[in-house]
Design a protein around this ligand. Structure first.
Ligand code: C5P
Length: 398
């Protein structure tokens, strides 16, 4: 995919600059030709000598370097690339491009280019959360700049954690591949279910659960970023659906089943929805009223169809079916049994006890259960879980 593609890597000044060295290796391993621009701040973290040794090319550092300008020049530099990757993209570089500033080589190249730009932001969580950075990110995304990350996790500053950690080099590589057309999942159709379901009690009341749809939404976005065509069947979630996917909105489990069946065939199905196990069998056609007797109405329940089991055991069966298991106790044992019972290939298990803050929260701690056994991942942002799982799905479908 990256063979002979020309990538201009702009390295910004931040502690994550050291990861740019690994990124260069990963890109070149895949056959890309990498040329690097370093800001003055980046050179405080890694040296042009190391970067040049890895790119096997001249490293460009200054807008006013007479030799560089004569040999290549910032305009040619920006045009002689198929893709520009900014890693780490600092708050400063984002702000400069959002404003159209071009007073140094990195920002001049970004302003002069007519090629896709992919930014991998990395900064302190407070800087990332600042309204100014938020605005700049939205402006840049509106201008067509692509983003990968940041994820959550420990920061270089002792004791600080949160969103702001640069995406891992392999995630940046996967996103670069997708940006250059045809990611690893190009030509593949992936079905994702997400969100809670609402099961009506009467026309104005329903039974629901605390699923926000955040994990399913992140997964759909991650699969899209790898080039998949994604059908996203979602219950009434609290987070908005991602762009660039086919969204099918449903309310009840029965509607979700119908939407899922209509979306098949698919190469993979990822069932992240928190589907209600039961619906109200005696739901009222009219709003239920208090009758003055002091007696509460008795709701009767009927079991909902198990969408995951139907897809796993039905035809046409996707090559890979992934279920989720939200448990509050003996998570792995329950999830392992569930995988066999439902007939899916993988189960992503997590503990949703209220103390974990996972349901409705931004982070997830999951165990992936496959026929090879259980593998527990460290707690991380739902976006990071999504990207790791998407990469595994891509590997399985390769
Ligand atoms: O049985 P349980 O609800 O714990 O199973 C969870 C997994 O099964 C999730 O992947 C969920 O999306 C799926 N499921 C389903 N249809 C149901 C219940 C669960 O697809 N009726």
């Amino acid at each position: 995919m990256l063979r002979d593609r020309r990538i201009l890597l702009i390295i910004g000044g931040g502690i994550a600059a050291y990861k740019a060295l690994d990124l260069i290796r990963r890109l070149r391993e895949r056959g890309a030709k990498v040329r690097a621009v370093m800001t003055p701040a980046a050179q405080e973290f890694v040296t042009p000598l190391s970067v040049g040794a890895l790119t096997a090319d001249h490293v460009f550092t200054g807008l006013f370097d007479r030799q560089d300008e004569q040999d290549v020049g910032h305009i040619r530099l920006s045009r002689e690339a198929d893709l520009i990757v900014v890693a780490p993209a600092t708050a400063d570089l984002m702000a400069k491009l959002a404003q159209g500033l071009a007073g140094d080589l990195a920002s001049a190249v970004l302003l002069a280019t007519d090629k896709p730009v992919l930014m991998a932001p990395a900064m302190n969580p407070r800087m990332w959360a600042h309204p100014a950075t938020r605005r700049n990110r939205a402006t840049l995304a509106g201008d067509g700049v692509l983003f990968v990350g940041p994820g959550r996790g420990e920061m270089a500053e002792a004791g600080e954690a949160g969103e702001g950690r640069m995406a891992e080099p392999l995630e940046i590589v996967a996103t670069a591949e997708a940006a250059l057309g045809g990611g690893v999942l190009a030509g593949k159709h992936v079905l994702v279910t997400s969100g809670p379901t609402h099961e009506p009690i009467d026309p104005v009341r329903y039974i629901a659960n605390r699923s926000s749809g955040a994990q399913g939404t992140a997964l759909a976005a991650a699969l899209r970023d790898l080039g998949a065509r994604v059908t996203f069947v979602t219950g009434p979630a609290t987070v908005p659906p991602p762009g660039g996917v086919a969204v099918v909105r449903v309310e009840t489990a029965a509607q979700m089943l119908a939407a899922v069946e209509a979306a098949l065939p698919a190469d993979a199905a990822v069932m992240a929805a928190a589907v209600a196990d039961w619906r109200v069998a005696n739901a009222g056609a009219q709003k239920m009223k208090k009758d003055g007797s002091g007696k509460a109405p008795a709701l009767e329940f009927a079991e909902n169809p198990d969408i995951l089991a139907r897809v796993s055991k039905g035809q046409p069966r996707p090559r890979l079916v992934v279920g989720f298991a939200a448990e509050t106790e003996t998570v792995i044992a329950h999830a392992t049994a569930k995988r066999l019972r439902k007939g899916c290939d993988w189960i992503v298990a997590n503990d949703v006890s209220p103390a974990t803050g996972i349901m409705g929260g931004a982070e997830n701690a999951v165990t992936l259960i496959t026929d090879a056994g259980a593998e527990t991942w460290e707690r991380m942002g739902k976006d990071a879980v999504a990207r790791r799982l998407a990469a595994r799905i891509a590997e399985a479908l390769a």
